[in-house]
Design a protein around this ligand. Structure first.
Ligand code: PAF
Length: 273
């Protein structure tokens, strides 16, 4: 991979990179298409990263439709796919890992111990393998995006992180590889997640100093989704990810909901009026 990239860079070509775990959907498509627009060459990676799954999470059953993924990448115009084996990426005795501080203390961090360390470690390795000029990340995984922005800044990695908007189905559900775990009925219910966040946004904008009351309303709406279990709903500062009591700065309203076999996350960025 490095040889391919070095060769391209020597010829003055810019490289855009879209790291993924496969099971690609149009959200990934939006990242690849943007990279194709903004760079001479686009690399994608598919690697289901064992370091970012907890012991009771879905690593084993995470969908791996590899041939279909390759066809989709070709259709979107990617130039090269990096598809390393677990043995290459996580050789026995990986003694150096990247630890994440502060930004993993809220939202998904406490519920998924070690997850963001696993993400940061593998993303650093992927960036070192692909040597891109720009790397594209979706805002659906907003906490991941912020942690990677800090990783790049803190470790002086020579890459520009490009945040890209969440892509949704017409009903509102954010595209995710894990939507595959949902039945049609559950998918319809999952649309209520986005609707609840939008309602929260409306309340926060009209009464910015009553954040806890807006949060309670969103919590109530999310709990009403039958068959679901709410993990969290939080309002945090969009940069520090620390909880806030009022909408004074740009904030993130984010939640995680379990529905059937899926754990769904979603968020909205909210600016004060
Ligand atoms: O967002 C993902 O698909 C993964 O967390 C990533 C960034 C590819 C790292 O494994």
């Amino acid at each position: 991979m490095q040889a391919w990239s070095r060769n391209a860079l020597r010829r003055g070509r810019s490289i855009g990179f879209v790291p993924t775990m496969g099971c690609l959907h149009d959200g990934h498509g939006s990242l690849v298409l943007r990279s194709v627009r903004e760079n001479d060459l686009t690399a994608a990676s598919i690697f289901v990263n064992p370091l970012q799954f907890g012991p009771r999470e879905d690593f084993g059953r995470y969908p791996r439709p590899f041939r279909r993924d390759c066809q989709r990448l070709t259709g979107w115009g990617a130039d090269v796919l990096f598809h390393p084996s677990p043995a290459e990426m996580v050789p026995e005795g990986l003694t150096t890992t990247i630890s994440v501080n502060n930004l993993d203390k809220t939202l998904c961090g406490p519920l998924r111990p070690g997850h963001f360390q696993g993400v940061a470690t593998i993303v650093a390795k992927l960036l070192n393998a692909v040597l891109p000029d720009r790397a594209y990340f979706g805002q659906k995984d907003y906490q991941q995006l912020k942690i990677i922005e800090r990783l790049v800044k803190d470790l002086n990695l020579p890459v520009r992180v490009v945040p890209c908007p969440t892509v949704r189905e017409s009903g509102g559900i954010a595209l995710s590889s894990r939507n595959r775990y949902l039945t049609t009925a559950q998918k319809n219910k999952a649309n209520q997640i986005f609707a609840a966040l939008q309602w929260g946004e409306k309340l926060l904008k009209s009464s910015p100093y009553y954040a806890s009351s807006a949060l309670n309303t969103v919590k109530k709406l999310l709990k009403q989704i039958s068959g679901s279990r709410l993990e969290y709903v939080e309002l945090v500062d969009a940069e520090s990810l620390e909880p806030v009591q009022a909408l004074r700065t740009k904030c993130l309203l984010a939640c995680a909901v379990r529905l059937g076999k899926a754990r769904l996350i979603d968020n909205l960025l909210i600016e004060p009026r």
